[in-house]
Structure formats: C-alpha cells, structure tokens
Design a protein around this ligand. Structure first.
Ligand code: TYD
Ligand code: MG
Length: 471
C-alpha cells in the first residue's frame, strides 16, 4: 500500500514519481511534474478500510433479444458520419482540437439540432458564461432552440442536476480540463482532477444512457492535454483540425468503439457557424485551368468516401551536398521510397535534386494508393512536362517498380468522372472501364513505373508537345 504522503504526477502522461524532477522519465516532457496529494487519486478510498465484495448477476451475450437503443443522430450529416452513424446512448466521446478551431461552435450547433428534434440537449460550459453562449447562439441563428445551458464546473452538481427531469439525449461538457470533483483535492486541470471528473461523467453516461461529449484541449504538438488515460476511458476520440488561415475544418475519428475510424467530416467556418461541405473534392482541388508541371490529381478515399486531392511537387537541382526533402500532407518515408523506385527502376535521377511535395488544401493523405500520383507529380516537375488537367492517378508502387491494384477503384473513377475528369491512370488489374460504367473517362492501365514515366515525359496525352521533347 502506498504511504499517504504527497506524490509527484506528470501532468502530461500521468506517470507517478517519488520526487520532483524537471523532466518526466515516462514521456520526456519538461516541467510537467506537479505535486499532488497521494490520498486523492482514484482508488484512494481503498486504503480507508476495505469492504466485503457484493455478489452481482452475470448476463449472457445472446440472452438479450431486445434491439439496442437507436443512435442519437444530430442531422448534421458530416458529424453523424464521423461518429459512425450517430452517438451511441451511454457512450462518451472526447472531442479534441486547438483553441479557436470551432469545437464550441460545432457542439452548440449539434445541441440545437437535437433540441429541434424535441430531444433534451444540455450544454455545460466551464469556460464561458451563459450570456456568452447565448450571444454566440444568437449569431448562429439558433437562439430559438430549446437547448439547456449552464456555466458550471462541479461534476457532482452537474450529475445531480442532469439526473432530474427527462433523460438527456446529449450532454456537452466544454471542457473536461475545467471540471473538478469533490472527491479529489488537487486543483482543476491537474491529471487527477481531469481523470476523476472524466470518470464521474463516464459513470453518469452509462447509468443514465445519455451520450456525453467531453471537449478536450490540445497541447502545442496536437496531443489532447491532460492524461492519456482519459483517451482509454472514453468510447471514442474525435479530433477537429484545420489549417491556419483557411476556413475549412476536418473532423476525424481517432478511436471509435462503435464505428470506423477512417471517416472524415468536412466543414467550413462561415459567418453563421460551421456549414457542411457536401463536395469536399472541389475544395481540395486548387483552380485547375493550366497544366502547370508538378501537379497531379490523386483519386483518393477517406473511409467510404472518394476524395480528389492535388499533389504538388517541385524538383530543382540542389546547391547542397545533401538535397532537401520537404513533405507537407504526406509521409516522408513514402516519398523516399517512391524516389528510390523511380531511380532504380525507371532511370529518373533525383539524387541531386531538392524535392518539395505538398498535398493541396492542407489534407493529410495516408493511403499507399497515392504513390502513383506522387510519382507522376515528381516526374512532371523534373521533366517540365505538365500533366493533363483532366487526368487522375491512383495506384500503389511496389519496391520492384510494379504498380499494384488498390481497393475502391470504381468509386474513385466515378468521383473523377463526376467532377469532369476525362483520363485516369490506374494499376493493371484495376477495374475495367466497362465494369465501372463510367462514361467519358478513358482509363490507361500501367503495370510498371517505367510505363508511367514514359507516359508523363511524352506529354501525358494532350499537354505541351515542346515541353515533352525536353523531357
Ligand atoms: P470556438 O467554437 O469558440 O472555438 P473553440 O471552442 O474550439 O475554441 O470558435 C471560435 C472561432 O470561430 C473564432 O475564431 C471565430 C470563429 N467563428 C466564426 O468564424 N463564425 C461563427 O459563426 C462563429 C460562432 C465563430
Ligand atoms: Mg470553446
């Protein structure tokens, strides 16, 4: 049993050490260790006289034939998509995001949408006064929605209040870092308080059958601030991301016990709050009227949804001994691999060149299927041959130089055709054009990386003939 003296807890990862240190041994964070009373942690009561266990009944997996309670759908399609078709009653979602990204705005809109369906939605803010929340709702045109508001930070008071009256469908706690529980002595925002408050709210969600959303602050490097343990305790972790200076926002599930984690929701911050973006492909393609060398459109997938994005490459002779490689929105290691394959199997000499690769619009692409588009952009920039503006690319490049088929070919081609693209370069063994029934789309199949290089340097169909000769 631990002695009832003070212990030192890392405010970042929750690791406990015996003495104060400048740097946490567990997570490497500097100046993150704070003194907390040892008797205040979870399980602290165990030391104050153990009681005999109570016998409880066990149930069978197959015994209960009742259908599960329906999900709580807000009607905001992009939000419902990310949660896997709506919030599960009794579940707890942690929503993380940088300050000012729009977490509070999104959640007040979700509450208003639910309240408009005659469900009880409660929004509890530990950061803003009720008048401030009202003012925001007024700006968003939601002031008439019967959302219940409170500015409150005591978890015990919140749970007591919510247990009265009609069962709430959705409870928003903005934010978990401002909440505190009487059971723990340390100040709000410390690891043990955040953990204790989260645990009390999770217990409330399970017993009341309400969906609870906890807003979590993130640190400078994008982690949800406070103990990582909270991420393990909740049912889903969702992050809200955006590029500085741009108005669109991406909602992404990082963990979801009740749905997929590869779906994204795309929103745009407008003067009247967050609006759903119904055609995200159009958003991620920059204006494409000229065939600038180094730009290739990737027909990608985000979860079950096809998404077209532009890969931009700049390849230039390097004045440095070790050429620079800078990648935004894609994997560094993946770029190194594609460059190596281009050198080894297609004779494209990139070793003495600086390479800059950017995914337009600030999206992060994680799919191996993007290899072909990245390779096309690199070769196009090196040779100065612009790719056709109405062409898309997808396919995974193997180390042997072979181009491998990837999933969801038909969906990718359909999306490309829908947005007015006429040419697609895809792997051998990918879907037949006829199979997909995509009209006005010519499909070129490429079995090996050398075929792609020949096609790109030959002007890729219809682009500049004289530039092609240079390549
Ligand atoms: P907010 O939801 O308060 O962010 P968070 O809770 O994540 O910190 O959003 C604040 C930002 O959103 C603020 O910079 C202004 C902007 N905004 C709009 O552009 N339009 C709007 O209608 C609203 C309500 C906010
Ligand atoms: Mg906020």
């Amino acid at each position: 049993m631990a002695k009832p003296h003070a212990s030192f807890v890392c405010q970042n990862c929750g690791a406990v050490s015996q003495r104060w240190q400048g740097r946490c041994d567990a997570c490497g964070g500097w100046n993150t260790i704070a003194e907390e009373s040892a008797a205040s942690g979870i399980g602290a009561r165990m030391t104050q006289g153990a009681r005999k266990g109570r016998v409880f009944g066990l149930s069978n997996l197959h015994e209960d034939d009742r259908p599960p309670p329906p999900r709580v759908t807000t009607g905001i399609g992009e939000l419902d998509r990310v949660t896997g078709g709506g919030f599960v009653p009794g579940s707890v979602v942690l929503l993380g995001g940088e300050p000012g990204i729009g977490k509070s705005t999104l959640l007040i809109q979700a509450c208003a949408a639910l309240a408009a369906q005659d469900r009880r939605a409660v929004y509890i803010s530990g950061e803003e006064a009720v008048d401030q929340i009202r003012l925001r709702a007024l700006r968003l045109g939601l002031a008439a929605a019967p959302v219940e508001l409170a500015a409150e930070t005591s978890v015990e008071d919140i749970v007591a209040t919510l247990s009265h009256g009609k069962k709430p469908s959705l409870v928003v706690i903005d934010s978990i870092q401002t909440m505190w529980t009487d059971l723990i002595e340390s100040t709000p925002g410390t690891v043990s308080q955040v953990r204790g408050a989260a645990q009390a709210l999770i217990r409330f969600a399970k017993t009341a059958g309400a969906a609870v959303i906890l807003v979590g602050h993130v640190t400078k490097d994008g982690q949800i601030a406070g103990p990582r343990v909270v991420e393990h305790m909740v049912d889903a972790v969702v992050s809200f991301e955006g590029e500085g200076g741009r108005s669109f926002r991406i909602l992404r599930a990082v963990k979801n016990r009740f749905g997929p984690t590869d779906e994204i929701g795309v929103f745009e911050m407008t003067g009247r709050g967050l609006a759903e973006v119904l055609n995200p492909s159009a958003l991620f393609l920059s204006s494409r009227d000229t065939a600038a060398p180094g730009a290739a459109v990737f027909a990608g997938m985000e979860g079950t949804r096809p998404l077209l994005v532009e890969f931009q490459a700049l390849v230039a002779p390097s004045p440095l001994g070790t050429p620079r490689r800078a990648v935004v929105g894609w994997d560094n290691a993946r770029l190194a691999m594609v460059v190596a394959v281009l050198e080894a199997h297609a004779g494209v000499k990139l070793g003495q060149h600086d390479i800059y690769l950017n995914v337009a619009g600030g999206l992060r692409v994680g799919e191996p299927a993007a290899d072909l588009a990245a390779a096309a952009a690199l070769v196009s920039s090196l040779s100065g041959a612009g790719l056709a503006t109405d062409a898309v690319y997808f396919g995974e490049i193997a180390l042997s130089g072979a181009i491998r088929p990837v999933g969801h070919g038909p969906a990718r081609l359909k999306e490309a055709a829908k947005l007015g693209f006429c040419h697609a370069t895809i792997p051998e063994g990918g879907p037949e054009n006829g199979e997909v029934a995509v009209r006005d789309l010519t499909v070129r199949k490429c079995a090996h990386i050398s075929g792609l290089v020949t096609a790109v340097t030959a002007g890729s169909g219809q682009s500049n003939e004289d530039q092609a000769k240079r390549g």
